[in-house]
Design a protein around this ligand. Structure first.
Ligand code: 9MR
Length: 674
């Protein structure tokens, strides 16, 4: 379908202009102009003329309408499309690629006030022989400049791109010619780390680009607010392992892969200069670790390396990374995430190269080596997400008990990527359980809190933050050894999940109600209601959807994709849910308007999965509303009830299949019955 060109509307511009807080337009800007809403790379044409550009150190040649990216000196070098005019919009980026790289990513890069952000739009596994289509949607912040989307790999091998396209999703918000907001003065905001000094360190994750960018205000916000820093990506194996050197002489580096700290140095320098201690993240991880590390002669076309060889590589890597940092930046790193995310989402240990080559005891071995080589006083952590969920916690405890018994672990890193709905009492109870059963201290390592999809989202998030930090402080006072709380990013715009607005500062560095909530947890104050506060709606109108108009009102949960397709239940159309990365990536419907009521949900569903479920998404407990036996690939009817607590700021229910099979949904009805 050809997209419309949206014309600039004077009134809309006037509104945006006022919001921007600027008095005059900067010279040379004369207001929004027409822009095409799709940019398609044309590889029969040269760079720029064909709507594509080269990103990073590589060579691009075009042939038969495809781009061949060779001589890639870094894993992020490749083809890019520049899309600065799309700021303030959600875009879709889609590419067809083939490559011997294990995976290829579409990454959005933009500057905000001279601060560079990189956000993954989508990723896919690739092979040289067949083409993979990679596609994803992402929101570009309104204040982003110089936005580009580029195609990067997991290593430096060639990538062939046969198509690459970016388009605006939904109505176009035309911000061309509209100046970006000015930055808030970071020194005007009271310090989180000073306020919380008697309880725990208050940390932040930051990319090293903050340390090298032109704008000093971001650094000022860090030094004034936080007293612990985690490099967001720069100490991960992918950043530290030197692929070029190791792969050039595999025999020389066979037991001890070459490493470098080019990416991490700016942030290590910053910590040293400002006397801010650093959490090292992370040594042994299934992700962001190149696959060549696990092969004989580092050759991914050969055999996996033996246990003995991988133990040597693991020990040498842990030893050399920890001790390079200590030698060059003495005392800066005070804790290391030795192993990250070794527990599987669906129970037990995650299958990964470390487990395949070394065996189930790879976690124990990693901690044994870390203890043996750790500089004096450096604390050793295990770090994971969904760590507060009962069953995952049991798996993590089981895995870590031998490590604790051997005296090789000091701390549990609770990542805490949560949403404003998780029960705070259950959450701190999980922290206490780790501390009690393993005899370790607790760091909350990657806190971010998805804002509710409510009328007063920022305010509701602030109220939740107050509750959460009250619970954390109460637990700390009661003896749960919480020594550090780190938020996973400085501003919403810089977050890895920026569209969920999960952090404490807005993109312009001004504090959010979420920040206020964190402060109110200490001083007993209340988060201020915004001037445009709206009373939450409660209405009992039934939700009915049969997809016959080819539209749907709900949306994806995580990475699932929905399409209206033919062949409904006794009708023409139904909804197909597919392409999720996990079984719980389903179709989600907001039912917040039924707060305080009992709802009945009825639906028709069809899938090859043995069972399908309708689930409520609340408190990290995910109660089942209805479960039906599918598997026959025939339509089956489901029905269930759920009572939503009064005052719940945000609640969704979602449909899922128990494995990753697609499912078809029709005749969804949600009605109030009490
Ligand atoms: O925030 C990080 C993001 O910039 C990276 O693209 C991503 C790649 O996996 O990793 C993010 O950080 C992750 C952290 O290292 C481990 N826990 C989950 C975090 C969010 O994905």
């Amino acid at each position: 379908m050809k997209k419309r060109l949206i014309r600039f509307v004077a009134a809309a511009f006037a509104g945006l202009f006022l919001l921007s807080g600027c008095d005059v337009l900067p010279k040379g800007t004369d207001g929004p102009r027409d822009v095409p809403l799709t940019i398609k790379a044309d590889f029969t044409q040269k760079e720029k003329a064909g709507n594509w550009i080269k990103y990073g150190d590589c060579k691009i040649t075009t042939q038969d309408g495809k781009a061949l990216v060779t001589n890639r000196k870094e894993s992020n070098a490749g083809v890019a499309i520049s899309c600065p005019d799309y700021r303030g919009n959600t875009i879709n980026a889609t590419a067809s690629v083939s490559s011997a790289n294990d995976s290829v990513r579409l990454t959005l890069k933009y500057d905000i006030y001279g601060n560079v952000s990189y956000v993954t739009v989508a990723s896919g596994e690739t092979t040289e022989a067949s083409e993979a289509s990679i596609s994803g949607n992402i929101e570009i912040p309104a204040n982003a400049e110089n936005a580009i989307v580029y195609i990067e790999g997991s290593d430096v091998r060639d990538i062939t791109v046969s198509s690459f396209e970016i388009s605006v999703v939904g109505d176009f918000n035309n911000l061309t010619g509209v100046p970006v907001e000015s930055l808030a003065d970071p020194t005007k905001t009271a310090s989180l780390s000073a306020a919380y000094a008697e309880y725990f360190k208050f940390g932040v994750a930051s990319p090293a680009s903050v340390m090298t960018n032109k704008n000093d205000k971001f650094r000022k916000l860090i030094t004034s607010q936080f007293n612990s820093i985690t490099p967001e990506n720069e100490l991960k194996p992918e950043s530290v392992l030197d692929a070029a050197v190791t792969l050039a002489d595999p025999a020389k580096y066979n037991e001890n892969p070459a490493i470098h700290f080019d990416n991490a140095k700016p942030i290590l320098d910053f910590c040293k200069k400002n006397n801010i201690p650093m959490r090292g993240h992370t040594l042994v991880w299934y992700s962001q670790t190149p696959s060549w590390l696990f092969y004989e002669n580092y050759d991914v076309n050969g055999k996996l390396a033996s246990r003995e060889l991988m133990l040597k590589r693991m020990e040498n890597y842990i030893d050399s990374v920890m001790n390079w940092c200590e030698k060059n930046y003495p005392g800066v790193i005070y804790a290391w995430d030795v192993v990250n995310e070794a527990a599987a989402d669906d129970g037990g240990m995650r299958d990964c190269y470390w487990k395949q080559t070394i065996g189930d005891d790879y976690v124990e071995k990693a901690f044994e080596f870390a203890r043996k080589h750790a500089p004096k006083g450096v604390k050793l952590f295990y770090n994971d997400y969904n760590e507060y969920q009962t069953s995952k916690q049991e798996d993590i405890l089981k895995m870590l008990k031998p490590v604790a018994a051997a005296g090789n672990i000091d701390g549990m890193g609770m990542q805490s990527h949560i949403s404003a709905g998780l029960n705070v009492d259950n959450y701190v109870a999980a922290a206490k359980k780790y501390a009690d059963e393993l005899g370790v201290v607790i760091h909350i390592t990657e806190l971010d809190v998805t804002a509710p999809k409510s009328l007063n989202a920022m305010y509701d998030q602030g109220v939740y933050m107050k509750k959460l930090f009250e619970a954390i402080v109460a637990a700390d006072k009661a003896g749960v050894p919480i020594e550090c709380v780190t938020v996973w990013g400085l501003t919403d715009d810089m977050s890895w999940k920026s569209s969920t607005k999960p952090l404490l500062f807005y993109g312009n560095l001004s504090p959010k109600p979420a920040y206020e909530g964190v402060m109110c947890a200490l001083n007993g104050g209340e988060v201020a209601k915004p001037a445009d506060y709206q009373e939450p709606k409660t209405d009992s109108t039934p939700f009915v959807e049969d997809f016959e108009d080819k539209k749907f009102k709900g949306g994806p949960r995580y990475s699932s994709v929905q399409k209206v397709v033919e062949g409904g239940y006794e009708s023409d159309y139904c909804l197909m849910n597919s392409e999720g990365y996990a079984e719980y990536d389903g179709y989600s419907i907001d039912v917040t308007n039924y707060a305080g009521k009992t709802i009945k949900v009825t639906f028709a569903i069809k899938s090859k999965a043995p069972t399908c479920k309708c689930t409520a998404d609340i408190d990290g407990t995910w109660p089942t509303i209805a479960e039906v036996q599918t598997g026959s690939d025939e339509w089956v009817l489901g029905e269930g009830q759920y009572t939503i607590e009064a005052g719940t700021p945000s609640l969704t229910i979602y449909f899922e299949s128990v494995d990753m099979n697609p499912f078809y949904l029709d005749n969804v009805k949600i009605e109030v019955i009490g």
